[in-house]
Ligand binder design. Structure first.
Ligand code: AVJ
Length: 314
């Protein structure tokens, strides 16, 4: 487990070429997070317009006692896409009876850095990192007798990257990871005015634009492609019918790009669809999870922009 590489290079290249050779070009959003992408995302989380991280932290802080009660004692706390582990600290500060903390991340470098820092600050917590792409199935460490409750912490509305169908499959997988009690503590972004949503993904400093274009920079670096990032424009639009923000990279002109031996050509105005970020009402979300989980608690901020929810395995 610990030595296996989470991202397989040739599978990544296949996925990228496959996505770019379709009539409607697309690239998978999970590839945003190389080192530069993770750093840019970190900057996004501190932007004025990007309310998600701020609101989520506020909700966690304001309801920490109830949240800790729901996690219970002797829990294995599994965090998906742990990133910089900032929100984790809010929990670890208050949980004094954890069986283990298991961060799962696709970016090995970021994960190890975060784990080293956490180990210094929380010497009494058993921390077991897992390098994995959690969008595929992965295995949890075998703690057999030593925990009572498995709680999957999935903050940041990362669940929004999955379509409703993928969300249901994902929840089924999460429920099947444990043979005993299993809950999820999950951050879910809520539907709201288009202006607010679109501003969060088209920030005035252009950080989100750099984050989006970094996908092309990464393909250049890792696969020797020759994307000219100056000839693409970032745009995020709220698709109200589908309830999701869609991020695009629009080709400013007719151009072609070479990736390995493959030529990919663009018309002027043609775009690559790089990310979906689904937004839910509380009712929508409840009906999506209801096959596998029950919504036990919902906490929101005063504007009801964001929610943190505790789900129980059925
Ligand atoms: C990490 C998937 C929650 O959808 O808001 C932020 C990623 N993309 N700005 C989101 C993202 C552009 C983010 N998630």
């Amino acid at each position: 487990m610990a030595n296996s590489k989470a991202v397989n290079e040739s599978a990544m290249l296949d996925e990228i070429l496959h996505g770019l050779k379709r009539p409607n070009k697309r690239l998978p959003s999970k590839y945003f997070y190389d080192e530069m992408g993770s750093r840019l995302f970190d900057q996004i989380t501190r932007l004025e317009e990007y309310y998600l991280t701020r609101k989520e932290k506020e909700i966690l802080q304001n309801n920490i006692d109830e949240i800790v009660d729901n996690i219970g004692t002797r829990a294995m706390l599994v965090e998906l896409g742990s990133g910089s582990s900032q929100k984790t600290r809010l929990l670890l500060d208050q949980l004094d009876n954890l069986s283990a903390y298991v961060p799962v991340d696709i970016s090995e470098k970021y994960l190890l850095k975060a784990v080293n820092e956490l180990r210094l600050d929380y010497p009494r917590v058993t921390i077991i990192p897992v390098f994995a792409d959690y969008t595929n199935t992965f295995r949890l460490p075998d703690l057999s007798g030593s925990y009572e409750n498995q709680v999957i912490f999935f903050p940041g509305s990362t669940i929004g990257n999955f379509s409703p169908d993928e969300t249901q499959q994902f929840l089924q997988t999460m429920a099947s990871l444990s043979d005993r009690e299993a809950g999820m503590l999950i951050g879910v972004d809520l539907k709201k005015d288009r202006e607010i949503l679109e501003a969060a993904y088209n920030d005035s400093k252009g950080i989100t634009a750099s984050f989006n274009k970094n996908l092309l920079v990464r393909v250049n670096k890792e696969f020797g492609a020759d994307f000219n990032t100056d000839q693409f424009t970032h745009k995020a639009t709220y698709n109200a019918g589908k309830g999701r923000i869609e991020m695009h990279l629009i080709s400013d002109c007719e151009q072609s790009v070479l990736i390995k031996d493959e030529e990919v050509s663009f018309e002027e105005g043609e775009y690559i669809h790089t990310e979906n970020s689904y937004k839910y009402t509380l009712e929508d979300f409840e009906s999506i999870v209801s096959k596998w989980f029950t919504v036990k608690e919902v906490w929101t901020d005063e504007d009801a922009f964001f929610s943190v929810q505790y789900l129980d395995k059925k």
